[in-house]
Design a protein around this ligand. Sequence first.
Ligand SMILES: NC(=O)c1ccc[n+]([C@@H]2O[C@H](COP(=O)([O-])OP(=O)(O)OC[C@H]3O[C@@H](n4cnc5c(N)ncnc54)[C@H](O)[C@@H]3O)[C@@H](O)[C@H]2O)c1
Length: 425
Amino acid sequence: MNEDLQHHRVVVVGQGYVGLPVAVAAVEAGFHVVGLEADEARAKALEAGESYVEDVTDARLRAVRETGRYRATTDVAAVAGFDTAVISVPTPLREGIPDLSYIESASATLAPHLRVGATVILESTTYPGTTEELVGPILERGSGLTAGVDFHLGYSPERIDPGNATYHLENTPKVVSGVDAASLERVAWFFDQFCARTVPVRGCKEAELTKLLENTFRHVNIALVNELAMFASDLGIDVWESIDAASTKPFGYMRFTPGPGVGGHCLPIDPSFLSWRVKRSLGQPFRFVELANDVNEHMPDFVVRRLMYAFNRLGRAVNGSTVLLLGLAYKADTGDARETPALRIARLLCDLGARVKAADPFVAAGDFGVNVEHVELTPDEVKAADAVVLLTDHSCFDYDVVVDNARFVLDTRHRLTPAPNVESL
Ligand SMILES: NC(=O)c1ccc[n+]([C@@H]2O[C@H](COP(=O)([O-])OP(=O)(O)OC[C@H]3O[C@@H](n4cnc5c(N)ncnc54)[C@H](O)[C@@H]3O)[C@@H](O)[C@H]2O)c1
């Protein structure tokens, strides 16, 4: 730990999946950190040493609190006197249009406390131009200071991958940018204190585009294998075998796998920031993004169609049957149910008259808007279901219990070993 850093006051606005790991890593590096969090329940939990973000354990949070250099608060006055502020608030899409109101409000909160020489770093995912065209002017109006002259301003995209056991904030290269050379230097310096490597780029727009490029790349490639999975199934070809074989090519190919649809914030939403910006500024559609959206959005319908075919072969109807969904989170080993395809699948099955049960140790019943009955994954629950649909391949699930007791399993993740009662997507 660098002892000198404790006099450097950091504010992280938004203590969610992105902001909390940044705040914790900054405290561990030696900084004094205020985590400003609008949600009172979240701030209280953090103050009690309880983390709601999987990548930050309670033990780590408590150790950070014991340093006396971290506090979470809803009190905006606590940002006073900051040297570096990081904005990591949500950036949702509302009916196809980016909602930047959280960024606006976070910037307006920081502006009156901005001092000469301080640094503001935007970390939320957003369209190119946001840092310079939206955040900068709000900070300047509220402070009477000028970005790049009196204070430093920059953008650094988050690459956090919740649940990833190998890559985390500290060992993933961090792209950094600034509105001028001095800003870039300050942004890089801040992240250099706890990230193994920073990657400077020439401007904020390039850094903003980098994040969208990364997510659009994944979105488009997942759409490609999803569409392939749909065709391959109709053609009677095992797409998984082809994907495994193609993945042996040591160059020029990157493995992506089909699934029940995309979820979370990054994939279904971020590429649309880019297409929105391209359309608004250039009047042109970003065709790759639109096509990928179309394919990925239809995956839940495809899952239900595959289930209906399976029921048909068994001489049954979905109506009146019991379907057990394994996993509600959009991603394995996380409790993140934002934009999860499981929600649409559950809804479609309910509409078809199925009794839908779901087992997911990470997602609480109240977090899920549809009438699904939450159960534990037990041999009796598996036996009681007419079909089991594996949607999220959490590593804590006992897959032997599933295969040994299920009448029929639709495995959308290709996680289970082949068996007569198992069908892969
Ligand atoms: N979750 C990820 O894996 C991930 C990865 C990369 C980038 N991002 C991006 O990072 C940004 C934040 O995402 P997240 O997943 O951390 O969201 P989140 O919802 O988990 O956390 C954001 C937090 O900000 C708080 N907040 C909102 N407005 C506030 C304000 N004015 N003052 C104080 N707190 C406020 C919310 O209450 C919430 O707790 C988004 O732009 C997202 O796209 C997320």
